[in-house]
Design a protein. Structure first.
Length: 128
């Protein structure tokens, strides 16, 4: 499945401080992939209404049972607010036992950096 088109709420100024969050979510069982995909798509669509979102993306690498998310926020409070929404909390609870070792990176940046490729987005996790 190709990566979904990004959800873009607004274009930030290039000197605007932002919070970048990247996650790698490996699903351990093939049987959990369809449900995880359904919830991931719902969450991706919900980004369009998320206060404080700049841009968000989802890359579901189904053949690897691996989901990547990328989002840019105007603040950690906005990111936290989205994570605490009922839709997101439900997914975290429902699929807690279906994930291998998820990896998350949250980075405060002093200026917005456009990461237009998934390779550049994944590199955030590998940064020190």
């Amino acid at each position: 499945m190709p990566a979904l088109p990004d959800v873009v709420r607004r274009s930030p100024a290039h000197d605007e401080p932002v919070v970048v969050m990247v996650s790698r979510l490996p699903v351990t069982r093939w049987s959990a992939v369809p449900g995880f995909l359904r919830h991931s798509l719902r969450i991706h669509r919900a980004l369009a209404e998320a206060p404080g979102l700049v841009v968000g993306g989802l890359d579901a690498r189904l053949g690897r049972r691996e989901f990547w998310t990328y989002s840019v926020w105007d603040s950690r409070e906005s990111l936290g607010g989205f994570v605490r929404t009922p839709l997101h909390r439900d997914a975290m609870t429902r699929f807690r036992d279906s994930l291998g070792d998820p990896v998350f990176a949250t980075v405060d940046e002093t200026a917005y950096v456009a990461r237009d490729t998934w390779a550049a987005r994944r590199a955030v996790i590998q940064s020190p």
